[in-house]
Design a protein around this ligand. Sequence first.
Ligand code: SF4
Length: 279
Amino acid sequence: MDKPRFEALLGAYVESAPGNRLRAEIALRPDLAGMRFFEAPLAGYAAPDDGYFSLLGRPEAIGGHFIPPREWLPGAKTVISVFLPFTAQIKRSNRKDMIRPSDEWLHARIEGQVFQNELSRYLADVLEDAGFAALAPPLDPRFRTGTAAITDKTRQDFYTSNWSERHVAYVCGLGTFGVSKGLITAKGVAGRFISLVTAAEFAPTGRAYSDVYEYCTRCGLCVRNCPVKAISLDTGKSHSLRSEFLDETREKHRPRYGCGKCQVRVSCSHKIPGRKNSP
Ligand code: SF4
Protein backbone atom coordinates (compact mmCIF):
# COMPACT_ATOMS: atom_id res chain seq x y z
CA MET A 1 0.00 0.00 0.00
CA ASP A 2 1.51 3.31 -1.04
CA LYS A 3 0.26 6.84 -0.43
CA PRO A 4 -1.21 7.43 -3.93
CA ARG A 5 -3.17 4.16 -3.71
CA PHE A 6 -4.40 4.98 -0.20
CA GLU A 7 -5.49 8.47 -1.25
CA ALA A 8 -7.20 7.15 -4.37
CA LEU A 9 -9.26 4.75 -2.25
CA LEU A 10 -10.04 7.51 0.24
CA GLY A 11 -11.13 9.93 -2.48
CA ALA A 12 -13.22 7.34 -4.29
CA TYR A 13 -15.03 6.32 -1.12
CA VAL A 14 -15.91 9.91 -0.19
CA GLU A 15 -17.05 10.51 -3.76
CA SER A 16 -19.29 7.51 -4.19
CA ALA A 17 -20.22 5.88 -0.87
CA PRO A 18 -23.99 6.09 -0.21
CA GLY A 19 -23.18 6.93 3.43
CA ASN A 20 -21.94 10.37 2.33
CA ARG A 21 -25.47 11.25 1.35
CA LEU A 22 -28.60 11.76 3.45
CA ARG A 23 -31.12 8.93 3.37
CA ALA A 24 -34.60 10.08 2.37
CA GLU A 25 -36.31 8.31 5.27
CA ILE A 26 -34.50 10.37 7.91
CA ALA A 27 -34.35 13.74 6.10
CA LEU A 28 -35.81 16.66 8.06
CA ARG A 29 -37.25 17.96 4.77
CA PRO A 30 -38.06 16.03 1.57
CA ASP A 31 -35.85 18.30 -0.53
CA LEU A 32 -32.79 17.25 1.54
CA ALA A 33 -33.02 13.58 0.50
CA GLY A 34 -29.70 12.59 -1.09
CA MET A 35 -27.86 15.68 0.15
CA ARG A 36 -24.09 15.14 0.19
CA PHE A 37 -22.21 15.89 3.44
CA PHE A 38 -18.53 16.11 2.48
CA GLU A 39 -16.44 17.28 -0.47
CA ALA A 40 -13.12 15.79 -1.57
CA PRO A 41 -10.87 15.22 1.48
CA LEU A 42 -7.38 16.39 2.40
CA ALA A 43 -4.95 13.94 4.01
CA GLY A 44 -1.89 14.65 6.16
CA TYR A 45 0.68 12.25 7.63
CA ALA A 46 3.09 12.27 10.56
CA ALA A 47 5.53 9.82 12.11
CA PRO A 48 4.38 8.46 15.50
CA ASP A 49 7.65 9.61 17.08
CA ASP A 50 7.18 13.20 15.84
CA GLY A 51 8.15 15.34 18.83
CA TYR A 52 4.89 17.27 18.58
CA PHE A 53 2.97 14.22 19.79
CA SER A 54 4.99 14.41 23.02
CA LEU A 55 4.09 18.09 23.32
CA LEU A 56 0.39 17.18 23.23
CA GLY A 57 0.91 15.54 26.61
CA ARG A 58 1.67 18.92 28.18
CA PRO A 59 -1.07 20.65 30.22
CA GLU A 60 -1.14 23.69 27.89
CA ALA A 61 -1.93 21.38 24.93
CA ILE A 62 -4.10 18.34 25.79
CA GLY A 63 -2.52 17.05 29.01
CA GLY A 64 -1.08 13.88 30.50
CA HIS A 65 -4.17 11.86 29.61
CA PHE A 66 -3.30 12.15 25.88
CA ILE A 67 -2.44 8.66 24.59
CA PRO A 68 0.42 8.84 22.07
CA PRO A 69 0.23 6.92 18.78
CA ARG A 70 2.37 3.93 19.74
CA GLU A 71 0.31 3.32 22.88
CA TRP A 72 -2.76 3.05 20.68
CA LEU A 73 -0.92 0.75 18.28
CA PRO A 74 2.48 -0.73 19.19
CA GLY A 75 4.58 -0.89 16.03
CA ALA A 76 2.78 2.05 14.43
CA LYS A 77 4.70 3.78 11.67
CA THR A 78 2.29 6.52 10.56
CA VAL A 79 -0.48 8.72 11.90
CA ILE A 80 -2.97 9.76 9.21
CA SER A 81 -5.33 12.70 9.57
CA VAL A 82 -8.12 13.39 7.07
CA PHE A 83 -10.09 16.63 6.72
CA LEU A 84 -13.58 16.31 5.27
CA PRO A 85 -14.85 19.74 4.12
CA PHE A 86 -18.59 20.32 4.32
CA THR A 87 -20.26 20.85 0.95
CA ALA A 88 -21.15 24.34 -0.26
CA GLN A 89 -24.85 23.49 0.24
CA ILE A 90 -24.31 22.80 3.92
CA LYS A 91 -22.15 25.87 4.52
CA ARG A 92 -24.52 28.14 2.57
CA SER A 93 -27.57 26.87 4.47
CA ASN A 94 -26.02 27.76 7.82
CA ARG A 95 -25.47 31.39 6.77
CA LYS A 96 -29.17 32.23 6.50
CA ASP A 97 -30.10 32.36 10.19
CA MET A 98 -27.12 33.22 12.37
CA ILE A 99 -28.71 31.91 15.58
CA ARG A 100 -30.35 28.60 14.73
CA PRO A 101 -28.48 25.74 13.06
CA SER A 102 -29.85 24.92 9.61
CA ASP A 103 -31.46 21.54 8.96
CA GLU A 104 -28.58 20.82 6.57
CA TRP A 105 -26.00 21.60 9.26
CA LEU A 106 -27.78 19.40 11.81
CA HIS A 107 -27.70 16.51 9.37
CA ALA A 108 -24.05 17.11 8.47
CA ARG A 109 -23.13 17.15 12.15
CA ILE A 110 -25.00 13.97 13.13
CA GLU A 111 -25.48 11.82 10.05
CA GLY A 112 -22.13 13.17 8.80
CA GLN A 113 -20.56 11.73 11.97
CA VAL A 114 -22.05 8.33 11.11
CA PHE A 115 -20.32 8.55 7.74
CA GLN A 116 -17.05 9.65 9.39
CA ASN A 117 -17.13 6.48 11.49
CA GLU A 118 -17.95 4.38 8.44
CA LEU A 119 -15.05 5.94 6.52
CA SER A 120 -12.66 5.36 9.45
CA ARG A 121 -13.61 1.69 9.57
CA TYR A 122 -13.31 1.38 5.78
CA LEU A 123 -9.80 2.91 5.74
CA ALA A 124 -8.67 0.71 8.65
CA ASP A 125 -9.95 -2.33 6.71
CA VAL A 126 -8.13 -1.19 3.56
CA LEU A 127 -4.86 -1.01 5.48
CA GLU A 128 -5.49 -4.29 7.32
CA ASP A 129 -6.31 -6.04 4.04
CA ALA A 130 -2.97 -4.80 2.67
CA GLY A 131 -1.23 -6.41 5.65
CA PHE A 132 -0.83 -3.42 7.98
CA ALA A 133 -2.40 -3.09 11.42
CA ALA A 134 -4.56 0.02 11.72
CA LEU A 135 -7.08 1.61 14.05
CA ALA A 136 -9.01 4.82 14.49
CA PRO A 137 -8.46 5.96 18.11
CA PRO A 138 -11.92 7.64 18.45
CA LEU A 139 -13.53 4.25 17.65
CA ASP A 140 -11.27 2.29 20.00
CA PRO A 141 -12.71 1.12 23.37
CA ARG A 142 -9.90 3.01 25.13
CA PHE A 143 -11.08 6.37 23.76
CA ARG A 144 -12.37 8.68 26.53
CA THR A 145 -13.74 12.20 26.67
CA GLY A 146 -13.14 14.17 29.86
CA THR A 147 -11.00 13.02 32.78
CA ALA A 148 -12.03 11.34 36.01
CA ALA A 149 -10.40 14.13 38.04
CA ILE A 150 -12.40 17.05 36.61
CA THR A 151 -16.18 17.09 36.97
CA ASP A 152 -16.81 20.84 36.96
CA LYS A 153 -18.40 21.63 33.58
CA THR A 154 -17.51 25.31 33.85
CA ARG A 155 -13.78 24.52 33.67
CA GLN A 156 -12.10 24.71 30.25
CA ASP A 157 -10.16 21.51 30.95
CA PHE A 158 -13.41 19.56 31.48
CA TYR A 159 -13.74 19.51 27.67
CA THR A 160 -10.93 17.21 26.68
CA SER A 161 -10.19 13.72 25.44
CA ASN A 162 -7.29 11.28 25.23
CA TRP A 163 -7.04 11.78 21.43
CA SER A 164 -7.87 15.06 19.68
CA GLU A 165 -8.63 15.12 15.95
CA ARG A 166 -7.72 18.79 15.54
CA HIS A 167 -4.44 18.56 17.47
CA VAL A 168 -3.48 15.46 15.50
CA ALA A 169 -4.38 17.22 12.24
CA TYR A 170 -2.06 20.07 13.27
CA VAL A 171 0.81 17.64 13.82
CA CYS A 172 0.03 15.94 10.48
CA GLY A 173 0.49 19.23 8.64
CA LEU A 174 -3.15 19.95 7.80
CA GLY A 175 -3.39 23.42 9.31
CA THR A 176 -3.28 25.73 12.30
CA PHE A 177 -5.79 26.76 14.95
CA GLY A 178 -8.05 29.80 14.81
CA VAL A 179 -9.43 31.95 17.62
CA SER A 180 -12.59 29.84 17.29
CA LYS A 181 -10.49 26.74 18.11
CA GLY A 182 -11.29 25.25 14.71
CA LEU A 183 -8.37 24.08 12.60
CA ILE A 184 -7.85 26.21 9.48
CA THR A 185 -6.86 23.96 6.58
CA ALA A 186 -6.16 24.68 2.90
CA LYS A 187 -9.89 23.99 2.42
CA GLY A 188 -10.93 26.12 5.36
CA VAL A 189 -12.31 25.42 8.79
CA ALA A 190 -15.84 24.18 7.96
CA GLY A 191 -15.73 20.40 8.09
CA ARG A 192 -14.73 17.44 10.22
CA PHE A 193 -11.66 15.31 10.86
CA ILE A 194 -10.95 11.62 11.21
CA SER A 195 -7.62 9.94 11.96
CA LEU A 196 -5.90 6.56 11.92
CA VAL A 197 -2.79 5.06 13.44
CA THR A 198 -1.23 2.37 11.27
CA ALA A 199 1.76 0.09 10.81
CA ALA A 200 1.91 1.15 7.15
CA GLU A 201 4.73 3.58 6.46
CA PHE A 202 3.85 6.78 4.61
CA ALA A 203 6.18 9.78 4.31
CA PRO A 204 5.29 12.62 6.70
CA THR A 205 3.60 15.65 5.14
CA GLY A 206 5.65 18.16 7.08
CA ARG A 207 4.24 21.36 8.54
CA ALA A 208 4.27 24.50 6.39
CA TYR A 209 3.86 26.61 9.54
CA SER A 210 5.73 27.34 12.73
CA ASP A 211 3.01 28.80 14.96
CA VAL A 212 -0.18 27.13 16.19
CA TYR A 213 -2.26 30.18 15.13
CA GLU A 214 -0.33 31.06 11.97
CA TYR A 215 -3.27 30.97 9.51
CA CYS A 216 -5.68 32.94 11.75
CA THR A 217 -5.76 36.66 10.86
CA ARG A 218 -7.67 37.55 14.04
CA CYS A 219 -10.30 39.18 11.82
CA GLY A 220 -12.84 38.69 14.62
CA LEU A 221 -15.65 37.44 12.38
CA CYS A 222 -16.06 34.23 14.40
CA VAL A 223 -16.28 36.39 17.54
CA ARG A 224 -19.03 38.49 15.94
CA ASN A 225 -20.96 35.42 14.73
CA CYS A 226 -21.07 33.42 17.93
CA PRO A 227 -24.72 33.45 19.12
CA VAL A 228 -23.73 33.15 22.80
CA LYS A 229 -20.54 35.26 22.78
CA ALA A 230 -18.44 32.22 23.61
CA ILE A 231 -15.46 33.43 21.53
CA SER A 232 -13.14 36.30 22.37
CA LEU A 233 -10.02 37.61 20.63
CA ASP A 234 -8.44 37.94 24.07
CA THR A 235 -9.43 34.69 25.76
CA GLY A 236 -10.35 32.34 22.89
CA LYS A 237 -13.36 30.07 23.15
CA SER A 238 -15.35 29.28 26.28
CA HIS A 239 -16.16 25.58 25.99
CA SER A 240 -18.75 25.73 28.76
CA LEU A 241 -20.79 28.51 27.06
CA ARG A 242 -20.57 26.61 23.77
CA SER A 243 -21.61 23.37 25.45
CA GLU A 244 -24.62 25.01 27.12
CA PHE A 245 -25.75 26.35 23.76
CA LEU A 246 -25.31 22.96 22.09
CA ASP A 247 -27.43 21.42 24.86
CA GLU A 248 -30.16 23.97 24.04
CA THR A 249 -30.04 23.01 20.36
CA ARG A 250 -30.25 19.36 21.40
CA GLU A 251 -33.45 20.11 23.35
CA LYS A 252 -34.99 21.61 20.20
CA HIS A 253 -33.62 19.24 17.57
CA ARG A 254 -33.09 15.97 19.42
CA PRO A 255 -31.43 13.64 18.51
CA ARG A 256 -29.48 16.24 16.55
CA TYR A 257 -27.62 19.31 17.73
CA GLY A 258 -25.13 21.78 16.34
CA CYS A 259 -24.22 25.42 15.75
CA GLY A 260 -21.30 26.07 13.36
CA LYS A 261 -21.78 29.85 13.14
CA CYS A 262 -18.02 30.30 13.68
CA GLN A 263 -17.41 28.26 10.50
CA VAL A 264 -19.60 30.25 8.09
CA ARG A 265 -19.56 33.93 7.13
CA VAL A 266 -15.90 33.96 8.19
CA SER A 267 -12.71 34.56 6.21
CA CYS A 268 -11.41 31.07 7.04
CA SER A 269 -14.57 29.15 6.09
CA HIS A 270 -13.33 27.74 2.73
CA LYS A 271 -9.60 28.51 2.72
CA ILE A 272 -6.63 29.97 4.53
CA PRO A 273 -7.49 33.70 4.85
CA GLY A 274 -5.67 35.88 2.36
CA ARG A 275 -4.79 32.97 0.09
CA LYS A 276 -6.38 31.58 -3.03
CA ASN A 277 -8.84 28.70 -2.71
CA SER A 278 -7.12 25.35 -2.95
CA PRO A 279 -8.26 23.15 -5.89
S1 SF4 B 1 -12.92 34.01 11.66
FE1 SF4 B 1 -11.03 35.26 11.67
S2 SF4 B 1 -10.45 35.35 13.87
FE2 SF4 B 1 -11.93 33.66 13.66
S3 SF4 B 1 -10.65 31.83 13.38
FE3 SF4 B 1 -11.18 32.58 11.31
S4 SF4 B 1 -9.46 33.94 10.72
FE4 SF4 B 1 -9.33 33.60 12.96
